[in-house]
Design a protein around this ligand. Structure first.
Ligand code: SF4
Length: 701
């Protein structure tokens, strides 16, 4: 019998609603959900091709130990025994989980609870560290909480939309469609793109600021100084709702217009026009994504943007405010449960003794992590140095996606015990697993995800689990029970986990934190199954409502005031004579992450069939490489060989290579082998967009 369910796309952070249908012959089709408030029926190419990516070719269908098929009991016993052994011999910080924004909130919750409350370490980090952790750090510095104030609707209500470090057209395509439709219907709306590359998003922009890499801080600090100099600061708002203005102005006062021009390399006319638009437009939304976050100054970039919105009081009102766009489908859900090494659960603070005590009492746990664990880059370095004796990787492929990818692979080879939970048998990462656990894929999973505008949606299963595949939360709970933590992990269904997660969000100081979904703390199975997408917060007794934060000027620092952050831009040109090009890594329209799913669709692969290096025609001429000729790109960490794509969309001296291709699709194309493990000092997010490299025409030996 035909079955239709409403579910959510598993790719980007837009979080589009999908209607999936499976016929009695097993054929699956998808279409956009017209009732979902994030996409209103739209889907992009990746979402529309979901049905082409769910066949069982290459699926991991049974647990494996050392490459041989094993039963679940044996595999789970082995994992529990090895983790317990490492903890007994070397302490709780000798084990780690590396998880993913692909996990559902329920999976994430159980992983975080096991590591922080029962093992007693905070060594759980996630590939979301590579995605938006600088935004989290920036929000917490400015607002006292990791809160995204606005909604997608603000993009349609704004008179000026600034897209900085965001190729919205390719990386959040349905939001781009919403913005393009709004712009078409409102001729007065302006769009400014800030990006060293002239991406496809530039086609929608009225003004494209092709600044030098990593000079966004100078641009926004200069804007702050300009707002002050032109009496554009909302003095009443600043006095009533903020702190730190004077220090921030003092730090910004060195950033003259001429200095901004010098640092960014922008034409004066363009810079003047950008500052004029921001100064004179009331309804301004600034969207930022990986181009801001994936930087050694990512957190400062975020705060430089937030400073300008706070100075003008443009935050939390319709059509106004900063809007961080997450890359992954459930990066936000991971933040809610504290699935990062420096966070607790329910937006509580690991550094707060009161919060730790509260969470421990709620969980009735034997321990609670009392200091931050290892963030992604440090975590794999600790593995390489032998400090991590047992590592569990879930739903991610770090051998392709982490910076210094060859070193990550070497670390996994050297690690005494590696568990990988995945849907595929053979990825660059599963090859290094001692124990492989088969997980559920999209269409089989059941739980919740949260998108960039704080909207919680259900992912529902339309297909039965293949082979012996089981949910990630189940795997974690079974290992926890085998480690002796029976009662706290006696979950029978995801609804029980969601209910507990909601109850924790409202435990004791309900209403004092931004993240409170107490209205769901007694949710029953039927209501969970029927749950419509809703935005948090949703405290007990409330009904679903579209909400913005901070409209009343009240923030989450103890005094209720937001903080300006004084920022000194630092020079970040990393090139030298040996490595004279700046490499920028990123995404293309039709592939997702390391292509383990989108690589299955011929239709998606037809858009761009091969990895490539985009470079300017004059650079190509000087290197003696023609279009589609092979280019060898080298950093001190490794080499890749890809075809040249010669285009004026790329600035001189810079090269763009997509991050998707792995060694299964194309030899020598894992661009992350080139990226050094340089991170933002506050967030720990790697700087994947400003890498000094050499380039030459490839000559076969
Ligand atoms: Fe999926 Fe993002 Fe495309 Fe929406 S925009 S269909 S969430 S990939």
């Amino acid at each position: 019998m035909e079955k239709t369910v409403k579910t959510t796309c598993p790719y980007c952070g837009v979080g589009c609603g999908v209607i999936a249908t499976v016929t009695d012959t097993g054929a699956v089709s998808v279409k956009g959900d017209p009732d979902h408030p994030s996409n209103y029926g739209r889907l992009c190419s990746k979402g529309a091709a979901l049905a082409e990516t769910i066949d069982l070719d290459g699926r991991l269908l049974h647990p494996q130990i050392d490459g041989r098929r094993a039963g679940w009991d044996e595999a789970l016993d082995r994992v529990a025994e090895k983790f317990a052994e490492a903890i007994a011999e070397h302490g709780p910080d000798s084990v780690a989980f590396y998880v993913s924004g692909q996990l559902l909130t329920e999976d994430y919750y159980v992983a975080n609870k096991l590591m922080k409350g029962f093992i007693g370490s905070a060594n759980i980090d996630t590939n979301s560290r590579l995605c938006m952790s600088s935004s989290v750090a920036g929000h917490r510095r400015a607002f006292g909480s990791d809160t995204v104030p606005g909604t997608y609707e603000d993009l349609e209500l704004a008179d000026l939309v600034i897209l900085t470090g965001s190729n919205l057209a390719w990386c959040h395509p349905v939001l781009y469609q919403r913005l393009a439709a709004a712009k078409a219907s409102r001729p007065g709306m302006n769009v400014v793109l800030i990006d060293p590359r002239r991406t496809m998003t530039a086609d929608l922009a009225d003004l494209h600021l092709a600044l030098r890499p990593d000079t966004d801080v100078a641009l926004f600090v200069g804007l702050f100084a300009h707002l002050v100099a032109n009496n554009a600061v909302d003095q009443n708002y600043v006095a009533a709702h903020t702190a730190g203005f004077a220090e921030t102005f003092a730090a910004a006062s060195n950033m003259s217009f001429a200095e901004v021009l010098e640092q960014t390399g922008l034409p004066a006319m363009q810079l003047r026009e950008f500052y004029r638009l921001f100064t004179t437009t009331d309804k301004v939304v600034t969207c930022y994504s990986q181009g801001v976050n994936q930087s050694s100054s990512g957190t400062d970039k975020v705060n430089a943007i937030l400073n300008c919105h706070l100075a003008t009081g443009r935050i939390g009102r319709p059509g106004m405010g900063p809007l961080s766009l997450t890359g992954q489908p459930n990066a936000m859900g991971g933040r809610e449960v504290g699935g990062l090494a420096n966070m607790l659960a329910a937006h509580m603070a690991l550094e707060s003794a009161d919060d730790r005590d509260r969470v421990q009492r709620f969980w009735q746990s034997p321990a609670i992590a009392d200091r931050p664990g290892l963030k992604a880059v440090d975590l794999f370095q600790a593995v390489a140095e032998g400090r991590i004796k047992a590592l569990w990787i879930m739903a991610t492929n770090p051998v392709v996606s982490m910076p210094d990818a060859d070193a990550v692979e070497a670390a996994l080879k050297a690690c005494p015990f590696v568990v990988v939970s995945d849907i595929l048998m053979d990825t660059d990462t599963t090859r290094h697993a001692d124990v492989l656990l088969p997980s559920l894929g999209w269409g089989e999973k059941d739980g919740t995800v949260t998108n960039s505008e704080r909207r919680i949606s259900r992912q529902r299963n339309v297909l039965d689990a293949p082979g012996e595949a089981r949910a990630d939360w189940w795997q974690l709970a079974e290992v926890a029970r085998r480690m002796g933590f029976k009662d706290a992990f006696a979950y029978g269904a995801p609804v029980q986990i969601f209910q507990e997660h909601a109850a924790l969000s409202a435990f004791e100081n309900a209403g004092e934190r931004d993240f409170d979904i107490g209205a769901c703390s007694d949710i029953d199975r039927q209501t969970y199954d029927a749950l419509s997408p809703f935005q948090w917060p949703r405290p007990a007794g409330s009904t679903p409502a579209e909400q913005r934060f901070f409209a009343d000027g009240s923030f989450y620092h103890a005094d209720g005031k937001a903080r300006f952050i004084a920022i000194e831009p630092v020079a970040c040109d990393r090139t030298d004579t040996a490595y004279p090009f700046t490499l920028n890594t990123g995404r293309i329209r039709d592939h997702w992450h390391t292509m383990t799913r989108t690589g299955k669709s011929p239709r998606l692969s037809a858009h761009i069939a091969e990895p490539f290096a985009e470079l300017h025609p004059r650079d190509a001429m000087e290197l003696g490489v023609g279009n589609a000729g092979l280019l060898e790109i080298e950093s001190p960490r490794g080499t890749v060989i890809v075809r040249a794509l010669i285009t004026e969309r790329q600035a001189r001296g810079s090269i763009f290579v997509p991050m998707h291709w792995n060694d299964q699709f194309s030899a020598k194309a894992r661009v992350d082998v080139l990226v050094p493990p340089i991170v933002d000092r506050i967030s720990g997010q790697p700087a994947s967009k400003n890498v000094a490299v050499a380039a030459r025409r490839f000559k076969a030996a």
